[in-house]
Design a protein around this ligand. Structure first.
Ligand code: 2RA
Length: 330
């Protein structure tokens, strides 16, 4: 497989290269692609140095698949050009996610919806991905009515500039060009992406709309509050889930334990629960603090954590490529 990584010099691009390498995706050639200013730079993959090329050259090199992580504008402009040349695009930006003609895929949940005709495939938002892998087995069994989610999101979700802001502040440096409108070290910012007219942020609305699309069920009601915290290991989420039907707590734990990509870490007596420090660098979504909401019937509380650069971005895109390759679609 010839694999183009568009945005190869960014935080997620670097992670995609790492994940392709670690998961032994059958790569014969990596084509690192980036904007003008990075062309000619070197990127290393499995001990070989590859030169970063521009978009036009990348298309001429005819990769089987192009994994994009270069922002919405780049995706809108360039993904169709790759697709027209017969190259399957897996896109990590928000550009195509809510387009009715494009699939929005979390492989453990809805990969089976993919067909060879899908030439631009959207990768969901990081905070949505880890939530839906947890919701899926529970929805199948008890039918979800409503989800109330509050997130605690890592600064890595805002890119390198935000990581530099956190560590710069921690080192007592003056930050000339901060990623956030406030200090992030020793702080919590209830504001991710831009505010919309309804008072929610775009990140919150992504979690709502994307969940309905991926789960193929608009009847699931979702409400979200998304919050940035000064950590780098991954995103954490508190989920309150109301079901149509009653559930058994042990059965809930076993459904989650049997879900592909989910690991249950739930032993409060021994202080075992998911944390970003432990999820960092891992591909799974970790779930714990699983308990009944005693204020309401048929309702569950839990806590889930995943590395947002891995399962929330790079790993999910590579898993889509693995699925397509396994089915002979690329
Ligand atoms: C964030 N969801 O964490 C974004 C990244 N895609 O800010």
């Amino acid at each position: 497989m010839k694999v183009a990584v568009v945005g190869a010099t960014g935080l997620v691009g670097g992670e995609i290269l790492k994940v392709l390498e670690e998961r032994n995706f059958p790569v014969t050639e990596i084509i690192p692609v980036a904007s003008e200013k990075s062309i000619g730079n070197k990127v290393s993959f499995k001990g070989t140095e590859y030169t970063v090329v521009g978009f036009e050259d990348a298309i001429k090199m005819k990769p089987n698949v192009a994994i994009f992580s270069a922002g919405g504008g780049t995706s809108l402009a360039l993904a169709p050009k790759f697709a027209e040349a017969g190259i399957t695009v897996i896109d990590n930006s928000s550009a195509w996610r809510m387009d009715d003609t494009k699939k929005l895929v979390v492989p453990e949940v809805n990969a089976s919806s993919l067909t060879p005709e899908d030439k631009i495939i959207a990768n969901p938002n990081c905070s949505t991905i880890q939530m839906v892998v947890v919701l899926k087995p529970l929805h199948d069994k008890y039918k979800i009515k409503r989800v109330v989610v509050s997130t605690y999101q890592s600064v890595t979700g805002s890119g390198k500039k935000a990581v530099d802001q956190l560590f710069g502040e921690r080192a007592g440096k003056e930050i000339a060009d901060p990623a956030y409108p406030h200090k992030i070290d020793l702080n919590v910012i209830p504001h991710i992406d831009v505010f919309l007219e309804n008072g929610y942020t775009k990140e919150e609305m992504k979690m709502i709309k994307e969940t309905n699309k991926i789960m193929e069920d608009d009847s699931i009601r979702v409400t979200a509050t998304t919050v940035r915290i000064p950590t780098v290991g991954g995103h954490s989420e508190s989920l309150n889930i109301e079901f149509e039907n009653d559930f058994d707590l042990d059965e809930v734990k076993s459904l989650l334990a049997n879900m592909e990509g989910v690991v249950v870490q739930d032993d409060p007596a021994n202080n075992v629960y998911p944390m970003p420090l432990n999820a960092h660098g891992k591909d799974e979504t970790f779930v714990g603090r699983i308990r009944r909401d005693e204020s309401q019937a048929n309702t569950l509380n839990l806590w889930c954590v995943a590395d947002n650069l891995r399962k929330g971005a790079a790993t999910n895109t590579v898993q889509i490529a693995e699925y397509l390759n396994g089915k002979g679609m690329i």
